[in-house]
Design a protein around this ligand. Structure first.
Ligand SMILES: NC(=O)C1=CN([C@@H]2O[C@H](COP(=O)(O)OP(=O)(O)OC[C@H]3O[C@@H](n4cnc5c(N)ncnc54)[C@H](OP(=O)(O)O)[C@@H]3O)[C@@H](O)[C@H]2O)C=CC1
Ligand SMILES: CC(=O)C(=O)O
Ligand SMILES: [Mg+2]
Length: 762
């Protein structure tokens, strides 16, 4: 992607559909007058008075306990410097987003217009009653040190300057692991620290706490090496002043084992790297651009262990891995501080986690084949689902043991369950899907590429590396539209099935088609005419191996596209029924709904087949299927044939697939509410389990339900995903959005990867 496109993409992301990245969502009912009289006056007065009696009740009756303030004055925003409070807001909102998606913590971002230490402290103290914790962000040194110190002393809620301690925790964990890989001892290594600001000073203090020796450390600021004989050094800098008679980074780097950059971009040269000791460790953590670019660094020294603060290279050493989980642990025990014991516990938990076998889900999420503890994997990845279950308990335990926890955790197993439960609401399934597609992109025919939105989706698919688009349609229109949206056509195949240029291909496809059907009344002429039809041509491309997957249906009603696909592509071996499922990214986690598009009134046997196909699809998305077979009645309470049909399907499934977690017939609310199910039907195979797949008894109920969820909750939906076809062919909903089409393209690619595996293993 060009620099211009990246810039445009970033601006559109922040501007559309609503400006900014976060909003406030009510958590209580507000539908009726009664609800409102509880939410506000007069009902609201009751909790007010309870809190007046005892301030601790604020944790019981308000959102305080899960609310963190991300506060900045914009004086050291990433590595962009002093850009002011307004300009820091996108970063602070971004931190809010990360707090929410990684640890389910709510955030108000607060940008304060003052550089005066006292006035900043007073502002934070005055608003502190609102919050359960304070995350100070991007405030420059030395002011940041005084601000944090004072707020910690004067407030009884956890206060952490993330650039100091978040960064210190993550980089210490990464450093301990990198040293282990390089077989070096922290007590012996020579360390160069570029930067002497908030992040650098705190990181270096923590390395010292883990054994690094002051005499082995050289620190630099904007004026060069911090030497003991330099005039008017701040106390923080003085702690790291060296007695060595050197002035420059070049001199400092000679024979150094470790370089830690918390300063500005591009100050380290290949020459400097070459002068470092054997097996050097380089953490170039300035954001967004590191002290030395990743590829330049690793191509300069093969024995390098390299990390940056960025997500687009291996070893992202960035405080994102820390602050959500550290605050989660601190809030959950109502810690009054984030102390050294808690920080050390977080370091150890992170460092240990990197050495454990990486779950397949993480490999998929990062498009890796096998992440393993080693030079390119020294620290866990932010999307590792184990982080939420490992780091907050370690922090919480340390808080309890060090006596700063006001509300200790008694049942750790239950706490871990609660932590995992919190993470149901993020969209990790679509992320997983996209990343799995990227590992082995396939050729996808976009059969309606002369429509602007289809083309936009193809462009994203190409630029993101999800697949290799082949654009089918009127080539003149396609090319004009491509220009309009800045879609580079130099590496994209464009095919117009009606044009003379395709005579040869058309005739070859027609021949194959005719030979398979000449005893069914199809003439050569019919076949040639059909091949001018885009869907027939596209399907033949997939059949004949000229493409790996097909997407169509954006501009036509679903049944009119399904029919030719079934006729040309047909069903997979051993399958006598196709069906479609929709994956909904709901607030309780991923939910598969079937059959949303094909079978109008399936029989009991068909329902069982649909359940089995959906279970297979769920596994493809990394979801262990837990299936509710839906009806209007529960477990035999109605004798009507419609309920009996579902019951029969369940009996069949229990007999033929006893290992499958499936039960019914069930009403939707019982299927989705595990406590309700456990209480009323404890004998059910699903009692106490979280159902993630619903099989509906007929098309109208499944189709209506998924559309209802999608429209009312604005839930992302991936699908309809065709199941049971012989080739990866997927049919879009009429007028699907660009995002839906990109998701479907990823589904088509993953489907092609899977079908490819089956062919290979035959
Ligand atoms: N990866 C991560 O997780 C994190 C990365 N960072 C990055 O670290 C950097 C610093 O952030 P922070 O500590 O909050 O900011 P501060 O403003 O507190 O500190 C910046 C420091 O960089 C020094 N500096 C400036 N130019 C040079 C130079 N040419 N050579 C050496 N030092 C230089 C400054 O020197 P002086 O003291 O003379 O002004 C100052 O000490 C930023 O790029 C930020 O993005 C920060 C936090 C987390
Ligand atoms: C990551 C971060 O907090 C920073 O660069 O400032
Ligand atoms: Mg920061």
């Amino acid at each position: 992607m060009s620099k211009d496109s990246k810039r445009r993409e970033a601006l559109v992301y922040h501007a559309k559909p609503k400006p900014g990245k976060i909003e406030v969502v009510p958590t209580k009912k507000y539908a009726t007058q009664r609800d409102l009289s509880l939410a506000y006056s007069p009902g609201v007065a009751i909790p007010c008075l309870e809190i007046e009696k005892d301030k601790e009740n604020a944790y019981k009756y308000t959102a305080k306990g899960n609310l963190v303030a991300v506060i900045s004055n914009g004086t050291a925003v990433l590595g962009l410097g002093d850009i002011g409070p307004e300009a820091s807001k996108p970063v602070m909102e971004g931190k809010g987003l990360l707090f929410k998606i990684f640890a389910d913590i709510d955030v108000f971002d607060i940008e304060v217009d003052t550089k005066d230490v006292e006035s900043f402290i007073a502002t934070v103290k005055n608003i502190a009653p609102t919050f359960g914790g304070i995350n100070l962000e991007d405030i420059k040194a030395p002011e940041a040190f005084e601000i944090e110190k004072r707020l910690k002393e004067e407030l009884d809620i956890p206060v952490m300057h993330d650039d100091q301690h978040g960064t210190a925790i993550i980089s210490a964990a990464a450093l301990l692991n990198a040293l282990e890989i390089a077989k070096k001892k922290i007590e012996k290594v020579k360390i160069v620290i570029s930067g002497a600001g908030a992040a650098a000073v705190s990181c270096t203090k923590l390395y010292k706490a883990f054994g690094a020796k002051a005499e082995n450390i050289v620190m630099l600021d904007s004026k060069g090496v911090i030497r003991a004989d330099r005039a008017s050094l701040s106390v923080e800098k003085l702690e790291f002043a060296t007695k060595r008679k050197i002035d420059t980074l070049t001199e400092a780097m000679k024979d150094a084992d470790v370089f830690v950059g918390l300063s500005i971009a591009d100050i380290v040269t290949p020459g400097m790297l070459k002068s470092m000791a054997k097996r050097p460790i380089v953490f170039a953590m300035a954001n967004p651009d590191p002290e030395i670019e990743y590829n330049l660094a690793v191509s300069t020294r093969k024995d390098l262990i390299m990390a940056t603060g960025r997500s687009d290279h291996p070893n992202q050493v960035n405080n994102v891995l820390g602050f959500p989980f550290i605050f989660r642990g601190a809030l959950d025990v109502r810690a009054t501080k984030i102390n050294e014991a808690m920080k050390m516990a977080a370091v150890k938990a992170l460092a240990e986690l990197a050495k454990e076998p990486v779950p397949e889900q993480v490999n998929i999420a990062y498009g890796e084949t096998k992440l393993n503890f080693g030079p390119e994997y020294i620290i866990p990845k932010p999307f590792d689902p184990r982080l939420i279950a490992k780091v907050p308990p370690a922090v919480a335990k340390a808080a309890m043991e060090s006596g700063v926890a006001k509300s200790p955790i008694l049942d750790w197993e239950r706490y871990e369950d609660e932590l995992l439960e919190r993470m149901g609401s993020d969209n990790k399934v679509s992320r997983l899907l996209m990343n799995r597609a990227k590992t082995n992109p396939k050729r996808i025919v976009f059969a309606e590429a002369d429509h602007l939105d289809v083309l936009k989706a193809a462009q994203i698919v190409q630029e993101e590396g999800v697949g290799i688009p082949i654009l089918l349609g009127r080539s003149k229109v396609i090319k004009e539209l491509m220009q309009e949206i800045d879609f580079d056509d130099s590496h994209v195949t464009i095919i117009d099935p009606k044009s003379d240029d395709e005579d040869e291909k058309r005739s070859a496809y027609a021949d194959v088609y005719w030979k398979a059907r000449y005893r069914s009344g199809v003439t050569k002429y019919d076949a040639e005419k059909l091949m001018r039809e885009r869907n027939y041509f596209a399907a033949m491309m997939v059949n004949e191996g000229d493409a790996d997957a097909l997407l169509s249906g954006y501009s036509r009603a679903y049944p009119t596209v399904v029919k030719p696909m079934l006729e040309l592509i047909g069903m997979a071996k051993g399958i006598d029924r196709v069906a479609a499922t929709n994956l909904m990214n709901t607030s309780r986690g991923p939910l598969f709904i079937s059959d949303t598009s094909i079978n109008i009134d399936p029989s009991a046997k068909d329902l069982a087949k649909i359940a089995l196909m959906t279970a297979r699809t769920a596994r493809l998305f990394g979801v262990d299927p837990v299936i509710g077979m839906i009806s209007y009645a529960n477990f035999g309470s109605s004798k009507n044939e419609r309920a009996r049909k579902v019951k029969e399907a369940v009996t069949y499934l229990h007999r033929s697939h006893p290992e499958l977690k499936v039960d019914g017939e069930l009403q939707v609310d019982f299927a989705l509410n595990k406590e309700m199910l456990q209480n009323k039907f404890p004998f059910s195979k699903l009692a106490g389990k979280k159902v993630n797949t619903l099989i509906f008894p007929n098309l109208e109920s499944a189709n209506g339900t998924y559309k209802l969820i999608k429209e009312l909750n604005k839930t992302d939906s991936i699908g309809p995903i065709m199941m049971g076809m012989n080739k990866p062919v997927h049919i879009l909903q009429l007028g699907a959005s660009v995002e839906e089409m990109v998701n479907m393209a990823a589904v088509a690619v993953v489907d092609a990867q899977e079908k490819g595996k089956k062919v290979q293993s035959k």
